[in-house]
Design a protein around this ligand. Structure first.
Ligand SMILES: Cc1cc2nc3c(=O)[nH]c(=O)nc-3n(C[C@H](O)[C@H](O)[C@H](O)COP(=O)(O)OP(=O)(O)OC[C@H]3O[C@@H](n4cnc5c(N)ncnc54)[C@H](O)[C@@H]3O)c2cc1C
Length: 492
């Protein structure tokens, strides 16, 4: 039976949910507080530059393919994908650079050159990671995780020990490799998951499989092209979008059912609500206390993935010594990680990441210029005044100039920063987090915030703070999980 469904938020999770629910024949409206669609993946166009403001790594292309295939489409119907080669560059120090080959044989040789025997070890490591990827992506991530019993009849249960849920990622890697550079390289993808490698389950070595075997891709025109494609798809399925339409309240009737949402002081009646906005914001600001799944104390006890200090820079010259993706690991990781996860404070010497999409794509910067995106991971909720931002800009730019051997500061013709304050103001993000909850063992699967409200039968939660978790691929899957659950609940 066709229902009126309101979705709060138009990030990857909201868009994916909208497509799957419209496909089931429901009347779907998406309400977005900002004037742009795409949530954290929004695009800023200014002075001839075209900045992707959030995600910049396109990993797990199979998940994007599966998403579009669910609707009889292909990614190439919406954007042109390019595999990056090298996949990315790592700066370990001055004149100490690794360009990470996209080709496996070259990657393996690189390992062997750094540590004798590491090539063979890599084969074994990836064979195991491939199995985890298969179990993880074919089964585990599609589970709504409402109950532990969901796992009983699944392949995942029989694989529970082989997928290494209970061993730390850090120990797992050290069983195969000893050279600090190799360990650093393999630990990098879990930084995406927002936790220390010691506290991340070894299951996530499947991210190394994604990195090394599946590759790093880029949609020409920028990450915003994925959003454009999803919006086009959603509209073709009948979804209606409302921008500048912040939801002020989820209105619950006497029978403990959502009767509507309040937008611009008007009640809009609806049969089902899916909030794909920040989970904490939905509960704390849109619902009455008695209907919340979790208390403020619960949220405060969660380990969040980092926030970030971001800089978007337009540079009036070409920079030779950068690739598209560049990781600056020229300082030790541990002190920075402690400043993020253990004793939250601004790091003395942060690691950072620079994307220079104009290396691949002429359309994102004017001719002869570069488009730089700098990301410094920091603890959530730090004070981020202009003075602090300026200090970190100086620190990072000085290192960037030294390591690349290029003068950059004098050529900056456009500069904008984005930090905790903007994450809170623009996305209603809890403590200004950039990518949700850290994927620690205690926040995995059934231990994540639930996709259903426990007291209101027609309220669901999607997005990076619930299952399967943060990142674009999990958010695409989040939409499919919610739509499947709603279908199941409607049959009951
Ligand atoms: C800087 C950065 C870099 C990242 N890099 C990568 C990467 O390289 N690769 C990758 O895969 N992932 C990356 N991620 C993670 C990925 O971008 C996110 O996990 C994903 O985009 C989150 O999508 P979402 O739909 O859950 O949330 P969001 O994108 O935050 O969408 C939620 C939407 O809800 C809206 N909203 C909030 N409150 C209301 C309200 N009351 N009413 C109406 N609307 C509301 C918000 O405005 C927002 O548009 C990155 C994230 C950040 C921030």
């Amino acid at each position: 039976m066709s229902k009126n469904i309101s979705i709060i938020g138009s990030g990857f999770a909201g868009l994916s949910t909208a497509c799957y629910l419209a496909q089931q024949g429901h009347r779907v409206n998406v309400y977005e507080k900002n004037e742009h669609l795409g949530g954290r993946a929004r695009v800023m166009k200014t002075d001839g530059y075209h900045f992707d403001m959030g995600p910049s790594w396109y990993w797990m292309p199979d998940v994007f393919d599966q998403f579009f295939e669910s609707f009889g489409k292909k990614c190439s119907d919406y954007y042109e994908l390019k595999r990056l080669s090298p996949s990315y560059r790592v700066y370990f120090g001055e004149n100490d650079i690794l360009d990470i080959p996209s080709n496996y044989e070259d990657f393996r040789n690189m390992f062997e050159t750094i540590e004798l025997g590491a090539g063979h070890q890599l084969d074994l490591f990836l064979e195991e990671a491939a199995k985890k990827y298969k179990v993880g992506m074919n089964d585990l991530v599609h589970t709504p995780c409402l109950s532990i019993f969901e796992f009983v009849n699944k392949k995942i249960f029989s694989n529970i020990f082989s997928i290494d849920l209970f061993q730390s990622f850090s120990n797992h890697i050290k069983k195969y490799f000893t050279h600090p550079k190799l360990i650093r390289l393999l630990e990098f993808p879990v930084l995406f998951l927002g936790a220390m490698p010691e506290e991340t389950p070894a299951l996530y070595s499947m991210m190394n499989y994604a990195d090394i075997k599946l590759g790093t891709w880029y949609p020409m025109g920028g990450m915003g092209k994925i959003i454009d494609g999803m919006v086009t798809l959603a509209e073709s399925l009948g979804v209606t979008f409302h921008t500048n339409a912040g939801v002020q309240k989820i209105s619950v009737g006497s029978s403990n059912k959502c009767e509507g949402i309040v937008v611009n002081d008007k009640l809009i009646q609806t049969d089902i609500v899916v909030s794909a906005a920040d989970y904490h914001h939905t509960e704390m600001n849109l619902l009455e206390d008695k209907f919340k799944n979790y208390s403020e104390k619960y949220w405060d006890s969660r380990v969040l993935a980092p926030s970030s200090l971001l800089f978007y820079l337009g540079v009036n010259k070409k920079i030779n010594n950068l690739q598209h993706h560049n990781l600056f690991f020229d300082k030790p990781f541990s002190p920075h990680a402690i400043d993020i996860y253990k004793t939250p404070k601004w790091p003395e010497e942060p690691l950072f990441y620079v994307s220079c999409a104009s290396k691949t794509d002429d359309s994102v910067a004017p001719e002869g210029k570069e488009n730089l995106f700098i990301l410094i991971p920091i603890a959530p909720n730090l004070k981020d005044d202009e003075e602090t931002r300026a200090i970190y800009f100086e620190k990072v730019l000085t290192r960037l100039e030294k390591l690349t051997g290029e003068s950059i500061k004098d050529y900056i013709e456009y500069k904008k920063s984005f930090c905790v304050t903007e994450f809170k103001n623009e996305y209603n993000s809890y403590k200004g987090n950039a990518y949700g909850l850290a994927n620690t063992l205690m926040q995995t699967a059934v231990l994540k915030p639930k996709i259903k409200n426990k007291k209101i039968s027609n309220l669901y939660y999607a997005g990076q703070l619930t299952v399967p978790g943060p990142g674009i691929p999990p958010c695409l899957i989040s939409g499919s999980i919610i739509a499947t659950q709603i279908k199941k609940d409607l049959v009951k």
